[in-house]
Design a protein around this ligand. Sequence first.
Ligand code: NAP
Ligand code: GLV
Ligand code: GLV
Length: 321
Amino acid sequence: MSFCVLITRKIPDAGIKLLREKGYKLIINDQDRPLTRDELKSMIRDCDGIISLLSDTINKEIMDAAPNLKVIANYAVGYNNIDIEYATQRGIRVTNTPDVLTPATADLAWALLMAVSKRIVEADAFVRAGKFKGWAPELFLGNDVTGQTLGIIGAGRIGQAVGRRAKGFEMTLLYYSKSQKPDFETETGARWVPLDELLASSDFVSLHCPLTEETYHLLDEQRLKSMKKGSILINTARGPVVDEKALVQVLKHGPLAGAGLDVYEHEPQVHPELLKMKNVVLLPHIGSATTETRNEMARMVARNIIAVLEQGKPVNPVNMV
Ligand code: NAP
Ligand code: GLV
Ligand code: GLV
């Protein structure tokens, strides 16, 4: 029996190859843009599986358009774009791409932390504009990183990987997560603290929790205002974890000195005020964007599709069906 799989946007060939070898019918959106809702609904109709992106909203309306749908393989570790409860109710397996993107995303969080504190982007633009006239004692003074305090919110795979990297910078490590992580504490010396204590004491705060009902606007106006004076916020998790409007205010008026953002509350829109600020570094959601990582993610979604369609059992399950 031949299965039909919709791939909502071209992913690396490494994954497509595995599906082709199975002789599946593949419907691939090879246009360089996301599918509209109507396109998605019509293209998914006869499909047994879908490889979706984090930017595709896979809700009841979309699932109802696909009576044969058995598996949604999200090309991401985060799955807040999918109505998991409804998928489970329908008996549809949902899968994601954990672990393989952990190092790439942790590295990117660090790249942002360094870029903001050392004013890398601003300084690069300065040199390119021909403004570098020689070494100067007070040119582009930034923030220290070594020896400072890093607060990690969400000590899962990526949060812990970010924490491990902090050891090399001799940082004091604080974390806030739903549960305490004894192994992580032993390995890194990290200490669990309540969220409010973390915000008040950290020079750098890096977000690594998923977007859920609980974490929506976890950093709201009040919490942002309670952050340590001169601190820097890094967000490589999900935009809506932070109230972006309030973030603009604390970047303008304090207490924050800067921010490094890979994700936005209304992605791909970016708050217009952020675009004007020199103390923020803005990236287009590229946490997992390395060639090897994206190839492995492509193989992973393909393996999950095949495992569900042929054995009824995913490799990286998100829901219990
Ligand atoms: P993970 O291993 O599931 O880690 C998430 C951690 O967040 C868990 O350890 C969990 O804590 C914690 N958490 C959940 N709810 C929380 C809450 N209300 N308050 C505080 N902590 C909470 O996931 P991961 O693989 O590290 O990925 C984390 C997130 O990063 C993904 O969900 C995704 O949104 C984002 N991401 C972004 C990019 C990018 O391109 N920028 C790339 C990859 C991932 P407990 O363990 O204590 O329950
Ligand atoms: C990227 O944002 C992911 O969740 O994989
Ligand atoms: C892996 O978990 C890492 O530290 O990159």
